[in-house]
Design a protein around this ligand. Sequence first.
Ligand code: ADP
Ligand code: MG
Length: 258
Amino acid sequence: MPEGRIIAVANQKGGVGKTTTAINLAAALSETGQRVAIIDLDPQGNASTGLGVAPETRSITSYDLLTGDASFRESLIPTQVDNLSLIPSDRDLASVDFEVANRPGRMQLLRRKLQEVDEYDFVLIDCPPALGLLTLNAMVAAGSVLVPLQAEFYALEGLSQLLMTVREIRQAANPDLRIEGVLLTMSDNRNNLSQQVEADARNTLSGLVYNTVIPRNVRLSEAPSYAMPVLQYDSNSKGSAAYRELAKEFLSRQFVAA
Ligand code: ADP
Ligand code: MG
C-alpha cells in the first residue's frame, strides 16, 4: 500500500468533527468507486457504531491489530456501504498507552501492519481526541494528516500544537508526513466569531485549508443514531452535498500531488 494514501484524521480536541468527517468523506469517496477502509482508533468506537457495527459483533478490533498478531486484512469487516470496510475499535484500546509504554517500537505498531496492502485506494484513520500513543501511531503510519477544525475561539491555538506534533513526528519517525488539509467544520454563516476564525485560518494557513466548508447540519448529527453515513441517511441534505464536495476537492488534490 503506498503510504501516501493512508490518512490520519486528527485533532486533539474532541467534538470537532473527526469521526463525522472520517465516516462521510469515506462514504463519499466510496460512492465514486474508490475502495476505502476506515480504522477506528478511538476507544469510544464512534466510527464503528456510526457505521452500524454494534459492540457485541466486534470480534477482531484495532486493539488486536496494534497489540496482537491480527493482520490488516483479517481485521477488516465489510459495512453496509459498498466499497467501504472498517476495522472496529473497542474499550480495550484505551489501555494501549499503558500496556506498550516500555515496548520498543511502540510508535510503529500500526505502521508495521499497513505494509503491502494494496486492495484499498484510501485508508482513513479516525483518531481519538488526544495526542497520545494512538494518534502518534496513526501519524507514523500515515502519509498525511487531515485536520477537522471547528471554527471557535481556541481553534487555532490547538492547531499550532497539532502542527508542532506533526513536525516532531517528521523528525523522529516519518520524514514524509504531510498535511493533507485543514477542514472547517460545523460552520455557521450567521455567527460572526465563526466567520472570523475561518478568515484567520485561511490567512494563516492559506493553501492548506479546503475551499469546501462543512456547514452545521442537523442531518449530519442525526445520521450516526441510524448507524449510517449521512449520504445514505439523507442523500439530499446539505451535509451530504458538503461531504461530496469535499471528496471531489480531496481527489483533485491527489492528482496534483501525484
Ligand atoms: P470528534 O470525532 O472530533 O469528537 P464528531 O465527529 O463525533 O467529533 O462530532 C461531534 C458531534 O457533533 C457529534 O454529535 C456529531 O454528530 C456532531 N457534528 C459533527 N459535525 C457536524 C455538523 N457539520 N453539523 C452538525 N453536527 C455535527
Ligand atoms: Mg470521534
